[in-house]
Design a protein around this ligand. Structure first.
Ligand code: 6PG
Length: 484
């Protein structure tokens, strides 16, 4: 294999599909010379043989790979997130020198990224956790990239990443998200929103089929039509394609022979765990995670089905049923994004990141799985007011929710009466109604908490903290906030 000392400006370690596609993408851009290394050399040899045009500088040992990189050495690690990542980082760190840059392009847990960055910084190295979205095709043709790490590392890395990122509205879909784990945090939230979006689309499909009475091809047409309007997005586009796919064995729609048990690899769960820890209600994302979990409990599903005597009658679809579903989908989607951005705000505050929300919306407009026309509206919203209390406060979103509200309610009601689960639609509506209600029953909860645990409450008419002497004469006293 050719050895070329210190000639590559960027290297890729880990040449499974994502890694090799990213390496090919890098090599295809002017000015990049790409070093490649994989633990099993056969994979490296195959990549180099299959893609002579890339001019890869290939190595069969990690030492030779490190030698092939120009200073500051910059290597992107593309291995399965987890303990394997630590091993590869350690190998590189042992050979890298002051100022060199190790990039983790996997779906790492941002807590690991914070730990790794701190450890490597103390050893004089730069560590950048970079979320990369867009799947295999995105890695090859232009992903959306969410790098964290130091500003110093971004000076070297930024132009290289910009050279391979997707371009939306003339701008590369990459930005320095924030320090240490900020990039992987934002990628985690991206995935959480992805879960919510997919769940909402799946609920729409279910309603169009079971209430709307459409066959699968007709539903594909509905999605294709939606993809020409406000709902235009990658996930809507591929939904039409998935629905159109026929199964070779049965001749029927492929979707009808796929087991209805959704899998997951963990980023959705992380989003919910971390958001709950940060005190951010991300019900839309949580319901999407739970819906996958429920689908994957065949025994419980069968057990309950065995108890069912009759299922509710499916309601008649109202006039303009498809438009109603589209409106419910759009409104629920706005809620899911609002919740996701809330989680970013809370994460930034907790971990000390200076995250520009508008920039995040910008880099999600192209390349990534949740890319959508709708993200332009989010960019505008944060351009107009970077300090929005919630996206739903922005005039465009507020008006869009108002416009879709009646349809959204009709759809949730129709689904409930028909016995069709719509956890995404209904939790989004409940969230909206919670924010929109002048008064919530939380007052009663405070009363209950004070009753059994002297947890205290605040009054609407006076400052201070109060407790009712429930087991005494039930008079009220002013007190200190409870600490238990
Ligand atoms: C992306 C995707 C990518 C991936 C997830 C899906 O942005 O390119 O989000 O990260 O497909 O791993 O996660 P689940 O397997 O948990 O659905």
């Amino acid at each position: 294999m050719s050895q070329n000392r210190s000639s590559a400006n960027i290297g890729v370690v880990g040449l499974a599909v994502m890694g090799s596609n990213l390496a090919r993408n890098l090599a295809s851009r002017e000015g990049n010379t790409v070093a490649v290394y994989n633990r099993s050399p056969q994979r490296t040899r195959t990549l180099v043989e299959e893609h002579p045009e890339a001019g890869f500088v290939a190595s069969e040992s990690i030492e030779a790979f490190v030698d092939s990189l120009a200073k500051p050495r910059t290597a992107i690690v593309m291995v399965q997130a987890g303990s394997g990542t630590d091993a590869v980082i350690e190998q590189l760190a042992g050979l890298f020198e002051d100022g060199d840059i190790i990039v983790d392009g996997g779906n790492a847990n941002f807590h690991d990224t914070i730990r790794r960055e701190k450890d490597l910084r103390e050893r004089g190295l730069n560590f950048v956790g970079a979320g990369i979205s867009g799947g295999e095709e995105g890695a090859l043709r232009g992903p959306s990239i969410m790098p964290g790490g130091s500003a110093e590392a971004y000076e070297t890395l930024g132009p290289i990443l910009a050279s391979i990122a997707a371009v939306a509205e003339g701008e590369p879909c990459v930005t320095h998200v924030g320090t240490d784990g900020a990039g992987h945090f934002v990628k985690m939230i991206h995935n959480g929103i992805e879960y919510a979006d997919m769940q909402l689309i799946a609920e729409s499909y279910d309603l169009l089929r079971r209430v709307g009475g459409h066959d699968v091809d007709a539903i594909a047409d509905v999605f294709a039509a939606w993809n020409k309007g406000d709902l235009e997005s990658y996930l809507i586009e591929i939904t039409a394609e998935v629905l159109r796919q026929k199964d070779a064995a049965t001749g029927g729609p492929l979707v009808d022979v796929i087991r209805d048990e959704a899998g997951s690899k963990g980023t959705g769960v992380w989003t919910v765990q971390n958001s709950v820890g940060l005190g951010v209600p991300v019900g839309g994302i949580a319901e999407a995670v739970f819906a996958r979990a429920v689908s994957s409990k065949p025994q419980q599903r069968a057990a309950v089905q065995a108890t069912v005597e009759s299922r509710p009658e499916i309601q008649q679809p109202g006039d303009n049923f498809e438009d109603d579903v589209a409106a419910a989908l759009y409104a629920s989607k706005m809620v899911a994004y609002a919740q996701g951005f809330d989680a970013i705000i809370a994460g930034a505050r907790e971990y000390g990141w200076d995250i520009r929300l508008g920039n995040i919306a910008k880099i999600w407009r192209g390349g990534c799985i949740i890319r959508a026309r709708f993200l332009n509206r989010i960019v505008e919203a944060y351009d107009n007011d970077p300090n929005l209390a919630t996206l739903l406060e922005d005039p465009y979103f507020a008006a869009a929710v108002r416009d879709g509200e009646a349809a959204w309610r009709r759809i949730v009601a129709t689904a409930a009466l028909s016995g069709i689960p719509v956890p995404g639609f209904s939790s989004a509506l409940a969230y909206y109604d919670s924010l929109a209600s002048e008064r919530l029953p939380a007052a009663l909860i405070q009363g209950q908490r004070d009753f059994f645990g002297a947890h205290t409450y605040r009054r609407i008419d006076r400052d201070g903290v109060f407790h009712t002497l429930w087991s005494g004469d039930r008079s009220e006293i002013e007190t200190e906030p409870s600490t238990h």
